[in-house]
Design a protein. Structure first.
Length: 451
């Protein structure tokens, strides 16, 4: 880079200080649009198509391949074996293909949709997610967590308009996915033409790096890594598996919530929850810069757990006993099968829950908590293990989302007959890692020094 100088801070970290490129803001906006374009693959499908066993299986497989697609793409791009343009171009084609497959076949042709949507679409979304996050963080090294949280937030709220459209006109669902496919091809294709990573170690000349490294507030609330960890070294620490467990537990509940709220037919509450899932990420990151990442992460997990309790209250038998009893009695005249009666009772509870104030309160809490943990975990990866290989280390942690997808879909399948019970189980799963998140220790520090 021309007119760049190298400086070192008190920790010995090198900075390649250079001018800010004129198109940095444009690259950020293109990355945000590309991230919004892949949102319908997860949140759109979970809300609109996960109404039967086939849909749930497809969603689980898609989340698994999405989580698996990020690390290989980042590995190839970081080592110069695959240009960003080619990687995002492939991501655009695969994402559009996945969405178009759903538009054409729905969930009826399982082998076709499994290959087109779940496998290829999932891989494409994972590549786009990983590369856009990497590019944005490289151009905003002074505040990478805040900027990346805004970009990944689009992954959540990007599908909200499509959910509103489909909710108002259910017959238009195939058209919704067809439009989403076209938007994905255009948005990710535009990002592929313009996005490029910053030079290694680049730092904007608008921020003095040594003063930034010595900022008292930053050192107190968001301290940097003790040293630069390699991937193999990070895998040997206790912090990395702990972060992976946190992401798996919270990620499972996040996927589960979309399916459960969608099953009530309350499309307004669902769209609000998905929008807050994205928008809450930036808010959480700002709060974490004041109160610390670990405290805010614990609070987010607690909020997510509280959302499950509120949703369970909306779907509890006490609120729906009258309606459920009527439908169950009618079912007894038609069939003596216990499974049919249970399914009708659950359907009655979901129908009554759609108009409950607790549903809306639960959707708000679950939305705010259901996405904010992603950038918080990513920022802790950077602060625990350093910047040199943060993308690859975070990709390993992010791969725990594959486990989250399977767990979330399993709970959603159980919720088809016992929604309130499944939600209480989800509350326990979200709350389980909350206390541990406050006790995470920075790797490399002596045990006698507070983390």
């Amino acid at each position: 880079m021309e007119n760049a100088t190298t400086v070192r801070d008190w920790r010995g970290r090198s900075y390649l200080v250079g001018p800010v490129p004129a198109d940095r803001t444009r690259m950020f906006r293109l990355a945000l649009a590309a991230m919004a374009a892949i949102g319908p693959l997860q949140y759109g499908f979970a809300a609109l198509m996960s109404t039967d066993v086939n849909g749930l299986i497809l969603l689980a497989v898609c989340v698994v391949f999405q989580a698996a697609g990020a690390l290989p793409a980042l590995h190839l791009v970081r080592r110069g074996r695959l240009p960003v343009r080619a990687a995002l171009g492939a991501g655009a084609a695969l994402t559009a293909l996945g969405l178009l497959t759903v538009a054409v076949a729905g969930t009826g042709d399982l082998p076709l949709v499994l290959a087109g949507y779940a496998v290829l679409g999932g891989l494409g979304a994972g590549a786009v997610y990983g590369i856009c996050s990497e590019v944005v963080s490289s151009w905003y090294p002074d505040r990478p967590a805040a900027r990346v949280s805004m970009v990944t937030g689009a992954f959540g709220y990007g599908s909200a308009p499509l959910l509103v459209w489909a909710g108002l006109a259910p017959a238009m669902t195939p058209a919704v996915f067809a439009v989403a496919a076209a938007l994905a091809a255009v948005a990710i294709g535009a990002a592929a033409r313009s996005l490029r990573p910053a030079p290694e170690g680049w730092w904007p000349d608008t921020v003095e790096p040594r003063a930034h490294a010595l900022a008292a507030a930053r050192l107190r609330r968001t301290p940097g890594a003790v040293r630069q960890f390699g991937l193999a070294q990070a895998l040997r620490t206790r912090a990395l598996p702990a972060l992976a467990v946190i992401l798996a537990c919270a990620g499972a509940v996040s996927v589960f919530d979309v399916v459960v709220v969608a099953s009530t037919g309350a499309w307004g509450a669902l769209a609000l929850m998905v929008a807050l899932n994205g928008g809450g990420r930036a808010v959480a990151m700002r709060l974490s810069e004041v109160f610390g990442r670990r405290l805010v992460l614990a609070s987010v997990l607690g909020l997510l757990a509280a959302g499950q309790v509120l949703l369970a209250g909306a779907m509890s038998p006490a609120e729906t006993a009258g309606v459920a009893g009527t439908l169950s009695a009618g079912a007894a005249d038609v069939t003596a099968g216990a499974e049919a009666g249970a399914a009708l009772e659950a359907a009655a509870r979901l129908e009554a829950a759609a108009g409950s104030p607790l549903l809306w309160l639960g959707a708000v809490a679950a939305g705010l908590g259901g996405g904010a943990f992603y950038p918080l975990v990513a920022s802790l990866v950077r602060e625990f293990f350093g910047e040199r290989q943060t993308s690859e280390i975070h990709a390993v942690v992010y791969s725990a989302k594959a486990v989250a997808g399977v767990m979330g879909v399993a709970m959603a399948a159980y919720a088809l007959t016992a929604p309130a019970t499944a939600l209480l189980l989800a509350a326990g799963l979200a709350a389980l890692p909350a206390p541990a998140s406050t006790r995470l220790r920075t790797p490399g520090l002596p045990a006698t020094i507070p983390a």
